[in-house]
Each structure stands twice: as C-alpha cells, then as structure tokens.
Design a protein around this ligand. Structure first.
Ligand SMILES: [Zn+2]
Ligand SMILES: [Zn+2]
Ligand SMILES: [Zn+2]
Length: 762
C-alpha cells in the first residue's frame, strides 16, 4: 500500500478536473481526496502500489477537453487507511498560481441536448457544462466557484443542483449550470430600451433581422450588432449608423459546410474555425459568396466565425438565415458594451432592438481574430477564448506590468514564467478606453494576485500608456518599440539570442527620435543593435500622413526623385496641385511637422497611394491591406520585383534605399501595367531587400536565427515571400504564434525585455 500527495498546476479548475480524478480513482479502486486550492488541484491518493502508479501514469493522458496541465508534483505520505474517495471543499488561502479558464464554445453534447425537444433544456439559450460555456467573462474572483461568478444570484433548481453535486454527471461543479427553471433568461427590448412582452425573444429577433433591422445581441464577452449578412441595405445602414465605413465586418456562419460555400477553407483554417476558442478567421472569399458586397469592400477576404454561444445557434438555426454580420457593439475603437443599460445608452440610434439577458458580463472580451500564416495560426487580435490563459516567459520574471503601445492596446501582467496578456483594450485614445484599461488591470491584479514591482512602457512619451506608466510609483523600464516586437518573438521560442530581428511595422518611436518601423536588429532579450534600416523619408504632416497615404508617397518620392516628384502625372496620381506640392516640399525641407521615418508600413501606404490611388484611409493599415488584396486578386506577375539598393551609411548601418523601386514603379504606372502586377512586384522587391539584409547580417555575425515582428507580418503575401527566401538561404525563421506580431503583442515583448534586464541586474 502507498499514499501520495499530488499537486497539479495549470488550467485545472472549472474544467471538470476533480470529477475526472474522482472517476479515475474510483475506476482503479483507490482511496483519497481531492480539493481545489489556490495553487491548483491538490490530490491525495492511496491504495495498492501498482494501481497508484497506473493512476499517476494515466493522469496527464486522459484530462478533460478544456484542462491544461503545467506541472505535477508528487510526494510520499503516510497511509491513512481511510476508505473511499472524496471531493472536499475549496481552500481559498495561500499563494495564487492557479488559473481561470477561458470562455469556451458550446460543446457537442450540450448542442445535441439543446436541439432535442425531449430534453429539459430544449432551446435553452444558456445551456453549458463542464466542457463548455462562459468562464473568464463571468468571473469576479478566484477560486473559480459559483459564488465568485455572475451566476451567484441564480439559485439552482433541484434538478440542476443534483447534476452539480453528482461526480458522474457532465455538469458536476459546472459553475454556470442553469436551466429554464432556474437560470438566466432572454428578453427583447425596443430601440428605446423598453421591454416587450414577446413570448419567444429569439423568434421575434429573427423576424426583425429578416426585415433588415439591426439588433444588438448580448453574447459572452459583450454585445454584438447583428444584421442579415445577405441584406446589402441593412449592412450599409449598420455601417452608416456605426460610422464605420471601410473596415471589413465579421460574419458568423451557421456551420463549416456553409463557410465552404463562401470561402476557401484549408484544413488548418477549419481547425481554427471549429476550435473551442472560436476566433474570427480571415479566409479567402469565393467569387460567389452570396453575401452583401458592403461587408468587406475592396478586399478578397472575409472574417468568418462559427457560433459559440447557444443563442448564436438559435439565431442561425433556421433555414432562412445562414450568415449574420456580427460586429462588436461599439463606436470605432472604443470598448465593447457589456452592461444592459450601458448598451441601451451607447447604442441608442444604432440598434433597432436589443436581445438581452440577465446574466451579467463581468469582463469585456471582444472576439479574437486569427488567420493561418505559413501553415500556423497567427493572432490579429488575442482576446475572447484565449484570455486569461498565460503565455510562457522563458525566464522567471518578478511581478511586473508591461503597458504595451497606443493602438490595439493589450497589457501584460507577469510573474514567474507566466505572462498574462489582457483582452484587447482598443485604441487608448478615448477616456472610455483608458477606463477599460484601468478596469481590466484591476481585475487581472485581483484574479492573479500580482502586485507589480516594475512598470514597463514604450519610449514614446506621447502614448497614453506611457503617460499612465509615468504616474505610477514603481520602478520604470522603457523599451524601444521594435526591440519589444523582436523580443516577444524570441521569448515565445525561448531564444536568448543574439538573433537577427526583422521588425517591419507601422510606426514606433526610435532611439534616435525618428519614427522607426523597417529595421533589421541584432538583438538579445536585453539589448539590440540596429544593423539595417529602410532609408528615411519624411512624413509630411506627421499623423496626417498616416491617415492620408498620398502624403507618404510624396515624402518617399521627394526623397527618391528630388525635383522629379513635381511631374504632372505623379501629382495627378496623388491628387495634389503643384502649388500644394511645393508648399509640402518646403515644409519637409524646413523639417516642419515632418518627422523622418524608416517605417515599412508607411512605405506600403506610399505604394498603395501610387498603385491604387488610395489617398486617405478609414482604418489602420487599410491601404496596405488593399494593396495585398489586389496582388491576390490580380494577374500573375513574372516573379521579378522592384529592386531596392543596399548601401552603407557613415555609421556602418546598412541602408535599404527604395529609390530604384520608386523609379521602376513609376515607369510601370506610365506603361499602364495592371495594378495586381505592380503590387506583386512591390511585395517581391520588399521581401528580397529584407532577405538580402538578413543574409548580410548573417555573413557578418554568423547568426542563423531570424525573428519576425511588427504589424507588417499580418501581410500573408509579404510574409510568405520573405520566409521562403530566408529558408532558401538556410536561415531558421521564427514567426510569432501565441502572441500577435502586431502591437497587440507588444506588451509581451516588453515584459520579456524587462525580465531579462532585471535578471542581469540582480
Ligand atoms: Zn457542454
Ligand atoms: Zn435548473
Ligand atoms: Zn508596432
């Protein structure tokens, strides 16, 4: 006989772990007990040696679907001789290292029950079990137990309680367990927020959607604005009311078969679509997708996701509607609405009706957005379904907070090997986004009980996140933007460096005060050297040049062609008069409001202005996205790219000079070459130039590892071309998978740099 105490850490609470251990123990006729503790799950197991060993062997192999084990510690104990196996009460004392699960899509078994007229939960919009349902978004504190969730106010009926108490039941300790009898309910409100007395809110909602109405639907992480995706007029009305003109809208589609009618879906994409995290997945649209053209104007992709809450299945369960536009209920980059009265107030004049429920959402979480990049998943936005699961840091970090950047804000709270990234917080431009930042931070500090000893921020003093960081009493560490991008990639792959870092990005504050974003760095986690950069060009009007790509084109062409930029054809292409152009040139000459930039993203803007005539943008990276789109859609090019010239400056830094590229591009414009061909040549030229720079860096340093970081790596055409060239040259390419390569992943990289610096210092 033997007795062992087993401590299991990881995602082991709220995922059916204790019943799993109970069943395994009883199957092997072992005695003991199990409890949730703040350190994870603590188990004591006693019986014949052989059976205990069998138990420990099988334990990690057969865990429930949502569980993730990080560590298992086993120690010997005296046998007690007590018979039976018990699940004992949770212990809320001690140091917290356990984790709250992420929200998970309705599982197959719950779905079958919901569609079974004989089941007591037939068509119940809040059906869930231990393998599915809301978690993070309904949790106030730890340990993850019903009184700490927004289900606390719903007292379970006898039938639900019996399931909850039965270790053999799929709903044993399923904290959000509920039914028609005892759980949350849907209600339909009119545009003014007045309750209606409709018997079947879902049916009434479907009628409204069929009429082309806009309905705000409360889901898991917030409200969505919903319209019929085949109704052009309704989609256009939604855009008008939401003041969202160009940016593509996400579409929820009934099932994978229906997705295949609209888009090309690879096996990797199908796996992402059907994962329990249910992200929005960017897919290549088929020509005949049958949806309103207003959903994704100007681009060949659709953002598609499958239902993940029971109410979504009910809305998409009828024959007429197979696709719904479902977009976060907010104005542009403000936080998504979650509270009922907040939704009525903020969506007044936008929504024609509200499909609400009375289960509180305690944490906002927008939908995650992903794509398949080079065969692996990539985050465009890491949020619902993934939050608050940690990403590993390669070194032990003291408790620290990294506040990220300015746009697509995400903070990272780190301790030990765990980096907890917040949900997507939006652009920190509005007061409401800053409030959301503070609210989410407070929640994370509470649930993970991390009191940061150090605050890490960007070099840019104008970022709202930096301003916030400066006001904090803790030790501060500033990290250069692109070093953070590269360090994030290194940390994900546990590389200590040095590596060759290709940071191709929008804009980030450089160490020399210029705007960086097209750099080749030789980087370790704690430092970097700038090996190469795109040649500086002026950004006339500074921020205005981001919103008006024609200004970037002018800045680049002035640098490349000098007087040649005043050519009538070029000015006509940029839709600028000679007089205004002369004024702009003088402004640049005097350095007035015209910072210098090496940004690759801004060079994409410049190319889009020339190739597409895209003179202004409605959303971030629109010009670059459309430029990639025309290459995807356009005629095949011959494979040759517009060449950039590599030269060295006095400081020994390799300069990627795009002047020959602009000359060739303008020649193609004059010849009337197709836009798709020009776009492809541009992509090929940029990929070639950075590949050459990386190869030159290897020759000089012997480093084989290349880490990619920055928002430009959301571009699949460029990333594919660049990765291929680097691999052909025998280099080892690392692309972020668990963290976004864009600014959504910035705080993770900042945390990695700070942890490395602190480890070196002490
Ligand atoms: Zn379930
Ligand atoms: Zn019930
Ligand atoms: Zn960036």
């Amino acid at each position: 006989m033997m007795r062992r105490r087993v401590k299991i850490a990881g995602v082991v609470q709220g995922v059916g772990f204790r019943p799993y251990l109970y069943c395994l123990a009883t199957e092997l006729r072992l005695n003991g007990e199990v409890a949730n503790g703040t350190g994870g799950v603590v188990l004591e197991i006693e019986g014949e040696r052989q059976r205990v060993e069998e138990f420990l062997r099988r334990l990690p192999l057969e865990i429930p679907p949502l569980a993730q084990i990080e560590s298992v510690d086993v120690e010997s104990m005296e046998t007690s001789g007590v018979a039976g196996f018990r699940i004992t009460a949770s212990d809320a004392s001690g140091h917290v290292s356990t984790q709250i699960p992420a929200d998970a899509a309705t599982c197959g078994e719950c779905l079958r029950e919901m569609l079974d007229p004989g089941n007591r939960r037939y068509r119940y919009p809040f059906i869930n079990c231990t393998h599915c349902g809301p978690r993070f978004t309904i949790t106030r504190s730890i340990p993850y137990d019903r009184p700490q969730t927004s289900m606390a106010r719903f007292k379970m009926c006898a039938a639900c309680q019996t399931e909850y108490d039965d270790p053999h039941d799929r709903r044993f300790h399923a904290q959000p367990n509920a039914c028609w009898e005892c759980g949350p309910r849907l209600t339909l409100l009119d545009a003014e927020g007045a309750a209606s007395d409709v018997k079947e809110p879902v049916v009434a909602t479907l009628e409204l959607l069929a009429e082309g109405k806009i309905v705000a639907v409360k889901g898991i992480g917030g409200f969505h604005l919903v319209v019929d995706a085949t109704n052009s007029e309704a989609v256009a009305r939604l855009r008008g009311r939401k003041h969202r003109f160009g940016k593509p809208l996400a579409v929820m589609v009934r099932d994978l078969d229906a997705v295949r009618q609209m888009c090309a879906v690879s096996a990797a994409e199908a796996a992402l679509l059907t994962s329990t995290e249910r992200p929005i997945v960017l897919l290549r649209a088929l020509g005949s997708h049958g949806l309103a053209a207003e959903i994704a104007p100007g681009v060949p992709w659709l953002g598609v996701f499958l239902p993940y809450a029971p109410v979504h299945y009910l809305l998409l369960g009828n024959a007429e509607l197979s696709a719904l536009v479902m977009t976060s209920a907010n104005l542009s980059e403000e936080p998504i609405a979650i509270a009922n009265d907040e939704a009525v107030e903020r969506l007044h004049g936008i929504a024609d009706a509200f499909l609400m429920h009375d289960r509180e959402i305690l944490q906002r979480a927008d939908d995650s957005v992903m794509c398949v990049m080079e065969g692996a998943p990539q985050f465009l936005r890491r949020s619902r379904g993934h939050v608050p699961l940690p990403v590993r840091l390669p070194m032990e970090a003291p408790p620290l907070l990294a506040v990220g950047g300015h746009l697509k804000s995400v903070f990272t709270l780190a301790r030990g090997h765990h980096a907890y990234q917040s949900q997507h917080l939006g652009d920190l431009e509005s007061v409401s986004s800053l409030d959301f930042f503070a609210e989410a931070l407070e929640h994370f500090e509470r649930i993970f009980q991390v009191v940061p000893e150090c605050v890490v921020h960007d070099l840019h003093l104008g970022y709202a996140s930096t301003v916030w960081a400066m006001q904090q009493p803790q030790v501060k560490i500033a990290v250069q933007h692109h070093h953070a991008h590269i360090a994030g990639c290194m940390a994900e792959y546990a590389l200590s460096g040095p590596v060759i870092g290709l940071a191709l990005d929008g804009t980030g504050y450089g160490a020399d005060g210029c705007v960086w974003g097209g750099e080749v760095l030789i980087a370790t986690l704690s430092g970097y050297e700038r090996y190469a950069q795109l040649k500086y060009a002026a950004m006339p009007g500074s921020e205005a040049a981001v919103r008006q790509p024609w200004r970037m084109a002018f800045g680049h062409l002035l640098a490349a062609l000098g007087e040649g930029v005043f050519d009538a054809e070029i000015l006509a292409r940029l839709k600028v008069s000679e007089q205004d152009a002369r004024l702009l040139a003088r402004m640049i000459d005097r350095g007035m409001n015209s910072p210098l930039t090496s940004s690759c993203g801004r060079m994409f803007d410049a190319a889009a202005a020339l190739i597409l005539g895209r003179d202004r943008v409605d959303y971030e990276a629109q010009a670059a996205i459309e430029l990639e789109g025309v290459a995807e859609m356009g005629e095949a090019a011959d494979g040759a790219g517009y060449g950039l010239r590599l030269e060295r400056n006095e400081g020994g830094v390799l300069i990627l000079n795009p002047a020959p590229m602009w000359e060739a591009l303008i020649e193609d414009l004059r010849l009337g070459v197709a836009r798709g061909v020009m776009s492809t040549r541009f992509h090929v030229g940029v990929a070639d130039a950075y590949a050459q720079a990386a190869i030159a860096a290897r020759e000089q340093t012997g480093i084989e590892d290349v880490c990619l970081g920055g928002g430009v790596f959301h571009n699949r055409l460029l990333t594919g071309l660049l990765c291929r060239r680097l691999r052909e040259a025998g280099m080892v390419v690392h692309l972020p998978v668990r963290v976004s390569p864009g600014d959504g992943g910035l705080s993770y990289g900042q945390a990695a740099v700070a942890a490395a610096l602190l480890a070196e210092r002490f």
